[in-house]
Design a protein around this ligand. Structure first.
Ligand code: 2AM
Ligand code: CA
Ligand code: CA
Ligand code: CA
Length: 275
């Protein structure tokens, strides 16, 4: 009984933090100082990313001061620093994993497809996932073993049985040396096999759309735990499948991800086997 009560209040805090941060982010569209470049000209951060993370971190700390916290803006840029930061906390009893704005480039350009992503992991397993889209005021919530919901309505993955009938999404990696060329080869392999491909710029929201049945599948390479943790639970609880590109089940260290309605997963992974 304890754990049920506990998980409920975890979810309430996650939802409350995501919607408060989302409202604030929305109020700052077009109202922020010149973005800083993090790793390259493709990697932006604004005062709004930092402010959103601070807001969420403070709200969570008020309720759960003992819990660990991993947020994108608290970590040095680059894949090595991200991997190290995750390693340092992934065995924590309770770990909050937060992307304060997923889709910063969209936020900066006023393209209304970005989200706040908040996950809670218990000993490395995601037990609560919340993704909030302030532009559409859509709140996606999942609790492990209890299903996934959009605004309180149960969500289910889509029913397509083959790639031919599938609408899938991907994301262009920021690393233009290795990852982007690989992604472009993947797109070349996948495009002829699917109905069409979308790439809208927020991995967390793409995952939520797979959970909601709006996309049959999604893949992206070079992501981090804060991009995927919340969305992974949304997809799983909506009846879908989340793995790495070798088909290994999702865990917090997965950087190259495939998510789908389950039925087209094998076909998608196969199509993605390019050099
Ligand atoms: P962000 O907006 O939080 O940075 C789009 O393809 C996805 O890639 C988004 O989820 C985006 O998250 C992420 N992304 C953007 N720049 C990145 C970078 N330099 N390294 C890794 N992921 C990045
Ligand atoms: Ca970023
Ligand atoms: Ca992100
Ligand atoms: Ca971010």
């Amino acid at each position: 009984m304890d754990s049920i009560i506990g998980i409920k209040s975890f979810t309430a805090v996650a939802v409350n933090s995501a919607s408060k941060a989302g409202e604030w982010i929305k109020s700052r569209i077009g109202r922020f100082a010149e973005p800083d470049l993090k790793y390259s000209m493709h990697d932006l951060v604004t005062e709004v990313d930092k402010g959103s993370e601070r807001l969420i971190r403070n709200l969570i700390a008020t309720h759960f001061p003992q819990h660990s916290f991993l947020g994108e803006e608290g970590v040095e840029p680059g894949p090595e620093a991200s991997a190290k930061a995750l390693e340092a906390v992934e065995d924590a009893e309770y770990l909050w994993i937060v992307d304060p704005i997923d889709g910063t480039t969209n936020f900066v350009h006023g393209f209304p497809f970005f989200s706040v992503s908040i996950a809670l992991a218990h000993k490395g397993q995601v037990i609560v996932g919340v993704v909030y889209d302030p532009s559409k005021d859509e709140l996606f919530v999942a609790e492990r073993g209890k299903g996934a919901y959009v605004h309180g309505k149960p969500m289910n993955v889509s029913k397509e049985q083959s790639l031919r009938q599938s609408l899938v999404a991907t994301g262009f990696p920021a690393d233009h040396q290795m990852a982007l060329p690989l992604n472009l080869r993947q797109i070349q392999a996948v495009a002829p096999q699917v109905r069409n491909i979308r790439t809208a710029g927020s991995a967390a929201l793409h995952m939520a759309y797979v959970a909601a049945g709006r996309l049959s599948g999604f893949w992206e390479i070079g992501l981090n735990s804060w991009d995927l943790a919340a969305g992974s639970l949304l997809v799983e609880e909506a009846g879908g499948k989340v793995t790495d590109l070798n088909g290994e089940p999702y865990h917090l260290g997965v950087r190259n991800v495939a998510a789908s309605n389950g039925a087209v997963h094998g076909e998608l992974l196969k199509a993605l086997q390019v050099e």
